[in-house]
Ligand binder design. Structure first.
Ligand code: ZN
Ligand code: ZN
Length: 404
C-alpha cells in the first residue's frame, strides 16, 4: 500500500491532475480505480485516524488521541497510566511567565536539530510530583512527551494552535483530582522547560543569527495508551511500514507492526524517495503487508504551494517506477492517499482521494490517469477507507464469509 499523504486537492485543476506522472497513470490504467472517503463523507481526516482506517481499524472505535501514537512513533514504550502528548518546539516572545507570552512561531522556524534542547529539558525533575517523564524528539520541530504516574488524559492543550496568541495554561477537562493534578504538572513542566530553553546556548546563538528561538514546548493531543488488537492477530498478516513520519510509524507500532528504518527517509521534502521504494520492495520479501508512506505532498499542501506540490508529485512518480515491474499475480498494489490537503485551504479536507488497486483478476476499468478528477469513473466508485481494506482482504482471499 502506497499512501501519498494529502496528494489530492480541490478544484478542477489540481497539482495531481496537472503533474506529469506516466508511472502513476500506467498503474491506474492497469488497475481498478475509485474515489475514497478515508473516514466517511464530509469528515476531515487526520493522518492518524485515516491510516487506522486504511489498515482496517475503525477510527471511531479505536482512536485514543494523537499523543500516544506520536509517542509510539518516536519509540517511547507506553505503559498503563501513562499520558502522552504531541509536542511542537515553538517560539514565544514577551515578558513574565510562559503563559503571559505570545506564540510567534508554532514551529520555531522549522528547526531541524533539537537533540541538545531535548537533552536539556530532560534534566527537569518531577519527582516532587511523584511523576516520571519521557521526552523524545521526532522529526524537525516535533516531539512527544509521556508523563508517567497515575495521571489523566482529560486535560486541554497548551498549544494555542494560532500565531499571535498566548500560550494556553493546561486545564482539567473534567472535575476530578487526577485531571487537576495532571494539568498542574503540565503547567509546571511548560514553565520550567521554557526557562531552560530560553537561556539555552543553542537558542542564544539562533537569536544572534536572526533565527527564532525554540523556547517553548507546545503540548497537545493528550491521550492514554491505546489497546488495539494486533494487526497480525486480526488479519493473519505481518505488517511493516516505511515512513519518515513519527505519527505514521506510531500507528503501525500500536498495531504491533514493525517500522523499517530507511536511510534518508526524513518525512520531509528532502526525503530519499528511491531508498524508500527500494526498502518497501525489499520488505515484501519478509512481510505480508507493507505500507509505504510519502509525506511531503501534504506539507506542500499545508504551505499552499501548488507548484511545489505538483513538482514533488512528479518526483514521486519517477521514484515509483520500479513498482511497474512487480509481479501482480503475487502482489496486490494499492495506490492512494490518506486525505486531501488542498493548497488553497492549507489543511486537510474531506474531498475524496483517488484509489487504485492493481492485482491479478481485478476488473480493469477505463480510468487511464491517477487523478482525483478521473478516479470516480472507475469500478470501485466511491468507497471508505475501511471498505478499501475489506475489498483488498477479499481480493487476496483473506476475507471471512458472512453467513453460510
Ligand atoms: Zn496525512
Ligand atoms: Zn497534514
Amino acid at each position: 500500500m502506497v499512501v501519498i499523504d494529502g496528494v489530492s486537492d480541490r478544484g478542477s485543476v489540481t497539482p495531481l491532475s496537472s503533474a506529469r506522472k506516466p508511472n502513476l497513470d500506467k498503474l491506474a490504467k492497469m488497475g481498478i480505480n475509485g474515489i475514497m472517503d478515508t473516514i466517511k463523507p464530509g469528515v476531515r481526516p487526520g493522518s492518524d485516524t485515516s491510516h487506522l482506517a486504511l489498515l482496517g481499524y475503525d477510527p471511531f472505535k479505536f482512536y485514543t488521541g494523537r499523543g500516544p501514537i506520536e509517542a509510539a512513533g518516536v519509540g517511547i514504550e507506553l505503559k498503563e497510566g501513562d499520558v502522552a502528548f504531541r509536542v511542537n518546539f515553538g517560539t514565544v516572545e514577551g515578558e513574565g511567565s510562559v503563559f503571559d507570552k505570545v506564540v510567534i512561531d508554532r514551529r520555531a522556524g522549522r528547526i531541524s536539530d533539537t537533540d541538545e534542547l531535548v537533552k536539556a529539558v530532560n534534566e527537569i525533575d518531577l519527582s516532587n510530583f511523584n511523576v516520571e517523564f519521557v521526552f523524545k524528539r521526532g522529526s524537525g520541530h516535533r516531539g512527544a512527551l509521556v508523563l508517567r504516574g497515575n495521571l489523566s488524559d482529560e486535560v486541554g492543550d497548551v498549544d494555542p494552535k494560532e500565531m499571535g496568541k498566548k500560550v494556553k495554561r493546561c486545564v482539567p477537562l473534567v472535575e476530578d483530582d487526577k485531571a487537576r493534578r495532571t494539568a498542574e504538572i503540565v503547567n509546571y513542566f511548560i514553565q520550567k522547560s521554557h526557562e531552560i530553553l530560553d537561556n539555552h546556548p543553542l537558542n542564544l546563538e539562533r537569536s544572534k543569527s536572526g533565527l527564532p528561538k525554540a523556547n517553548v514546548l507546545l503540548l497537545r493531543g493528550a491521550g492514554k495508551v491505546p489497546h488495539l488488537p494486533r494487526f497480525e492477530d486480526r488479519f493473519g498478516m505481518r505488517l511493516a511500514v516505511i515512513s519518515g513520519t513519527a505519527l505514521i510509524k506510531g500507528v503501525v507500532r500500536v498495531l504491533g507492526g514493525d517500522v523499517i528504518e530507511v536511510e534518508g527517509a526524513t518525512g520531509g521534502k528532502d526525503t530519499n524517495l528511491n531508498a524508500k521504494v527500494e526498502g518497501a520492495l525489499k520488505a515484501l520479501e519478509s512481510y505480508d503487508f507493507v505500507l509505504l508512506h510519502i509525506k511531503a505532498t501534504d506539507e506542500y499542501g499545508h504551505d499552499g504551494d501548488f507548484e511545489g506540490k505538483r513538482e514533488f508529485i512528479e518526483k514521486v512518480d519517477k521514484a515509483l517506477e520500479p513498482l511497474l515491474s512487480l509481479d501482480f499475480s503475487e502482489v496486490c498494489l494499492i495506490l492512494t492517499a490518506d486525505h486531501s490537503t488542498p493548497v488553497n485551504v492549507g489543511d486537510h479536507t474531506a474531498d475524496p482521494v483517488p484509489v487504485t488497486i492493481v492485482y491479478r483478476d481485478v476488473r480493469v476499468d477505463d480510468v487511464d490517469e491517477f487523478s482525483e478528477l478521473k478516479a470516480y469513473k472507475g469500478g470501485l466508485h466511491r468507497i471508505t477507507g475501511n471498505d478499501l481494506f475489506n475489498i483488498v482482504l477479499d481480493l487476496i482471499n483473506k476475507a471471512k464469509k458472512f453467513g453460510a
